[in-house]
Write a protein that binds this ligand. Structure first.
Ligand SMILES: [Zn+2]
Length: 78
């Protein structure tokens, strides 16, 4: 049994998955690829464990250089 509960639906079953996620750090958008997450088997909500969240925080506060830069398209919905 998992120690995690899905914030979205309350389910407690997850599979291991990797995702790409955009973080907004001081009004700068930063993409982190291949983050290990627990993916809710019910609603597909990705859960970042506290350990993973801390590792990302340390990574983004480190002197490690990004592996690449990308240009992206932005749309306004309404
Ligand atoms: Zn869920």
């Amino acid at each position: 049994m998992s120690e995690y509960i899905c914030d979205n639906c309350g389910n407690a079953e997850f599979i291991d998955e990797t995702i790409n996620k955009v973080f907004n750090i001081k009004n700068k958008l930063i993409l982190v690829e291949n983050i290990s997450v627990l993916l809710c088997t019910h609603c597909q909500e990705p859960i970042l464990t506290m350990d993973t969240t801390e590792r990302i925080r340390l990574l983004l506060n480190s002197d490690i250089k990004p592996i690449k830069h990308i240009a992206t398209e932005v749309y306004e919905f309404a």
